[in-house]
Design a protein around this ligand. Structure first.
Ligand code: FES
Length: 579
């Protein structure tokens, strides 16, 4: 990338010049309204206008520091000769949105795309971190294809309970099981609630947020090393102002997301996901993000790479540590330096350097946290793809997060028709579940739930928890939180709500899972399945208006990324007329 001194800047080439520069009545209106806000001509004239898309809100626990960070970005933009404007966009909070933030990922993506298109924007800083904000911001910016840099929220500090490190989500599930088993008193449970989330920032296990921000970085959209910095470190504030300076350069050079998001960049992203032992959600998001760039990713591509790249990040839920330890051990750059042989190092990044150049000097400072390949956390990558007559279009599983004896298992199914049914009956002792049973949940997919919520770590009955059972084979068309664990087969496709084979499973059917063989088989004859299919009928559609109607009509299945059909890559939308 050129330096400011090395190239003549021509302000008439800026997109925002169409709004600010003409000597006409409409531009008079634009300029006079900037002056209404207290800006002088010198503030905006002949400068790139930089949108800071801020997903802060009082409802987003992971982004509470974003008001400060936006000011730090502005400082960087001013320093580099740009004109910063902060624009709030929908704040997807993983903790509070129902039925699931995933239901709204595409809505934020659409808002981002149209916000960038309708305003005089030459470059954008995308402020996100909490799970779905990451793919949503990137999907929208990719479709708008305006120069963008992603500013990651950074992980929160580690949690603590009585001297023991707590990891987001992961330790909540663990201790909830202990509580249900009668091993944890109410006072201890209350102490855990006080200690598990102790600072701004996203979940600090290798959940979806840590996975997707790392992926954003390896795709080339973040400053080098930025995604590992804990949210409250002063380094994080300095990184924010650096983002502000760098986006001005990207705007002048017109380096857009689609310049960076190549097939090789997505290959790198999948390699990184596997080495991290990343969230299973990354598969859906990566397919959707690639789709916006006109690149088709298949489930087979993920499975192929999972057989080549082992998990080397020893981070919960697959490992022992949390993101603060990962940062101190060298962070994402150190991890990437260990898997260089699998990466396309010539991919461009927003730093103006290649990925390989960004990795120069990267070192591992604690090789128990970031393992060498010959001492990996697992023998294979983080996410496997299963297929069979129960999932003709595929299903995914994270074997590193499961008890090994369940990776090859055949057992009788106990079927719950939806989550309400599961909640009502799972602890009913008359079901007489054993550890060999396979718990099956229907109607939890993109259409069925709706929104393919993170219900996939289905609860184990209390009476089995009391017997010491901590893992069982569980199958659904739902997703699972990246912080979750267990032998959970997820994203079964096609989903049950549209008549996928999962809808036809009945209690007592035998199901066979063989992870090494990538097999997911329902042991019922084809003839019997046809008889059941003839008797099956979809549930009535509850969403007849508004966003729910749009969602139901346009959502795709998990192997297609759960994007809206009309938002897939296609001919670019026209620039707005300015009359
Ligand atoms: Fe925001 Fe986990 S709740 S990343």
């Amino acid at each position: 990338m050129s330096t400011p001194e090395s190239k003549e800047r021509d302000p008439s080439t800026l997109r925002s010049a169409r709004w600010w520069a003409p000597d006409d009545q409409r531009s008079f209106g634009h300029r006079s309204r900037l002056k209404q806000m207290g800006f002088n001509s010198e503030d905006f004239k002949a400068k790139p206008t930089i949108a800071i898309l801020n997903t802060w809100s009082d409802m987003n626990n992971c982004h509470t520091h974003f008001r400060d960070r936006a000011e730090e970005v502005k400082r960087g933009v001013w320093q580099a000769g740009g004109f910063p404007v902060e624009i709030p966009v929908m704040s997807l909070s993983e903790s509070f949105m129902k039925p699931t933030s995933m239901y709204y990922r595409n809505l934020l993506a659409l808002e981002v795309e149209e916000t960038l298109r309708c305003y005089p924007v030459d470059g954008a800083v995308l402020m996100g971190g909490c799970d779905k904000t990451v793919p949503a911001l990137i999907m929208g910016a990719t479709s708008a294809n305006i120069p963008s840099i992603f500013l990651p929220a950074g992980p929160m500090l580690k949690g603590c309970w009585r001297g023991e490190t707590l990891g987001s989500g992961t330790d909540m599930w663990k201790y909830w099981a202990e509580k249900q088993a009668g091993n944890l008193c109410d006072d201890s449970w209350a102490e855990l609630e006080d200690g598990i989330a102790r600072s701004p920032g996203h979940c600090m296990t290798m959940g979806t947020a840590s996975t997707m921000t790392a992926i954003a970085e390896v795709l080339g959209l973040c400053l080098p090393g930025s995604t590992s910095i804990p949210a409250v470190h002063s380094t994080h504030a300095r990184m924010a102002s650096s983002c502000g300076r760098q986006i001005v350069e990207l705007a002048w050079e017109n380096i857009t997301p689609r310049d960076l998001l190549t097939g090789n960049a997505f290959h790198n992203a999948i390699v990184t996901d596997m080495a991290l032992g990343g969230s299973t959600n990354a598969i859906i998001h990566l397919i959707a993000m690639a789709g916006r760039a006109g690149i088709k990713l298949t489930l087979e591509k993920f499975d192929e790479i999972s057989q080549q790249v082992k998990v080397i990040a020893n981070i919960r839920p697959c490992g022992e540590y949390v993101m603060e330890d990962f940062y101190d051990a060298g962070g994402i750059l150190a991890l990437l330096s260990q898997i260089k042989e699998h990466l396309h190092l010539d991919c461009s990044t927003v730093s103006g350097k290649t990925l390989g150049e960004n990795l120069e000097g990267a070192e591992v400072f604690n090789d128990d946290v970031i393992r060498p390949l010959d001492r990996s956390v697992s023998k294979a990558g983080g996410t496997f793809v299963l297929r069979g007559n129960l999932a003709p279009d595929g299903a995914v599983m994270k074997p590193t997060a499961a008890e090994p004896h369940l990776l090859k298992h055949k057992g009788p199914a106990v079927v719950f028709s939806d989550y309400a049914d599961l909640k009502a009956r799972i602890n009913d002792e008359s079901l007489a579940l054993t550890p060999d049973h396979i718990i099956v949940l229907q109607n939890a997919g993109p259409i069925g739930a709706p929104g393919i919520p993170e219900w996939g770590m289905l609860p184990i009955p209390n009476y089995l928890l009391k017997q010491g059972v901590r893992d069982m084979l569980r199958i659904s068309d739902a997703r699972m939180s990246g912080t979750s664990y267990g032998a959970c087969v997820l994203h079964v496709s096609p989903e049950s709500a549209i008549g996928g084979p999962l809808a036809l499973v009945q209690t007592g059917d035998f199901i066979e899972v063989d992870v090494d063989e990538r097999k997911l088989h329902l042991d019922v004859t084809d003839e019997e399945l046809e008889t059941r299919r003839a008797a099956w009928a979809p549930r009535p559609d509850r969403h007849r208006r508004g966003y729910g109607k749009l969602y139901a009509e346009e959502i795709t299945q998990a192997p297609e990324g759960c994007d809206f059909r009309f938002l897939h890559a296609g001919p670019d939308s026209p620039e707005p007329d300015i009359f």
